[in-house]
Design a protein around this ligand. Structure first.
Ligand code: NAD
Length: 362
């Protein structure tokens, strides 16, 4: 099998700790599942700034362009908060998404039955939850120009951002979401604010136009305020949700918490050809960095998404999902998902996944 080139970007905080476990998993896939892989590590975020004065060093960007897929830990940390905005770690991540045109962000929210009690919602509301939020990632108000803080004639300061979406941007995220819905239960809910925003009116119109090409998918529309309510009232009504950059940012964190731990959720950001960057949805968790207590499972499950969505290795991806399920069945828990029982370290959780994978390979 030819070897796949994967860019490994550990980043900051707990990023390097959880990425180390992901690398162990990739090495195991190579040894035991015949998955040819070539790994190269590069700096991004605060680590990129320390190395080259930029949160996205040129060499890192070149390397990512050249790779078949990118695996990222997390970026950020309080020591960088006083840097000017363009030098902050998070800007490195935004630039990487924009430079590689990773416009389609897939954020699954699924609840392993073994962890039902970790959710703050009642078991019957969340047990078996499996939804996918497709968030537009390179447009909308996070990127729209003009933006800034200006001084008004009366001397008062005014902050301003611009919410814009061109038709082609809406159409490509729509197609991405319909394609995902076709692989799942064929139900797509588009979330907007069409009762107030003109941008949303256009969004809704384009969604309906694209739906003509996907007659098997049932398309519905929901206002974002209602969607946020429905996500905590009856989340299992959803299969795939598609929405704008900012609405998706907020709704996907709500969906994440339905599952109990932010440490259990992977994500993918794809370009039009399916090349992607894979990362946990959580941040660099400076409060627990260096303590070896971070949960590496979201990072490890990001490898599963990478195999499925960019590398056409769905079978090996399902082995990862199985291994994670088996590890949870065996009672392994990091502190964030522990229910009062014994906890294991980041490294011990990684080792448990490797042991489960090796058992599946034999
Ligand atoms: P966070 O996701 O880093 O942490 C929120 C809480 O969840 C913390 O209590 C943390 O300890 C816990 N947590 C997160 N991941 C965990 C894991 N794997 N295992 C166990 N517990 C985990 O969010 P935050 O505290 O708001 O942000 C910290 C930094 O991360 C900031 O600099 C922020 O800008 C950055 N950030 C980066 C990304 C990214 O790299 N994609 C995303 C969000 C935030």
């Amino acid at each position: 099998m030819s070897s796949r080139k994967i860019a490994i970007l550990p980043g900051d905080g707990i990023g390097p700790e959880i990425v180390a476990e992901a690398v162990k998993v990739l090495e195991c896939l190579q040894q035991d599942f015949g998955f040819g892989v070539e790994l190269e590590t590069a700096a991004v975020g605060g680590a990129g700034f320390e190395q080259s004065g930029k949160p996205l060093p040129d060499a890192t960007l070149d390397f990512c362009r050249d790779a078949d897929a990118i695996l990222l830990g997390a970026v950020g940390g309080p020591q960088y908060d006083s840097l000017e905005r363009d030098l902050r770690p998070e800007r490195g991540l935004l630039s990487l998404r924009a430079e590689l045109d990773l416009f389609s962000n897939l954020r699954p929210a699924m609840l392993y039955p073994q962890l039902a009690s970790a959710s703050s919602l009642k078991d019957e509301i969340v047990a078996g939850l499996d939804i996918m939020i497709v968030r537009e990632l390179t447009g909308g108000i996070y990127f729209g120009q003009p933006r800034g803080i200006r001084e008004l004639e009366n001397g008062e300061r005014q902050g301003f951002n611009t919410l814009v979406y061109a038709e082609h941007e809406i159409e490509r995220i729509a197609r991405s979401a319909f394609d995902i819905a076709m692989l799942r239960n064929k139900k797509l809910c588009s979330v907007d604010k069409a009762n107030v925003l003109e941008v949303s009116e256009l969004w809704r119109e384009v969604m309906m136009n694209v739906s003509v090409d996907y007659p098997d998918v049932e398309l519905s529309h929901m206002y974002v305020d209602n969607a946020s309510m429905q996500l905590v009232r009856a989340p299992k009504q959803f299969d795939v949700l598609v929405t704008t950059n900012m609405f998706g940012d907020i709704l996907s964190d709500t969906a994440a918490m339905l599952t109990g731990s932010i440490g259990m959720l992977p994500s993918a950001s794809l370009d039009i050809g399916g090349k992607g960057m894979y990362e946990p949805i959580h941040g660099s968790a400076p409060d627990i960095a260096g303590k070896s207590i971070a949960n590496p499972l979201a990072m490890i499950m990001s490898i599963g998404m990478m195999l499925r969505y960019s590398l056409e290795e769905a079978e090996i991806a399902s082995q990862i999902d199985l291994a994670v399920g088996n590890v949870l069945n065996q009672g392994f828990r990091t502190a964030d998902i522990a229910d009062g029982g014994n906890t294991v370290s980041t490294v011990e959780m990684g080792d448990a996944v490797i042991a489960a994978l090796k058992a599946l390979a034999n």
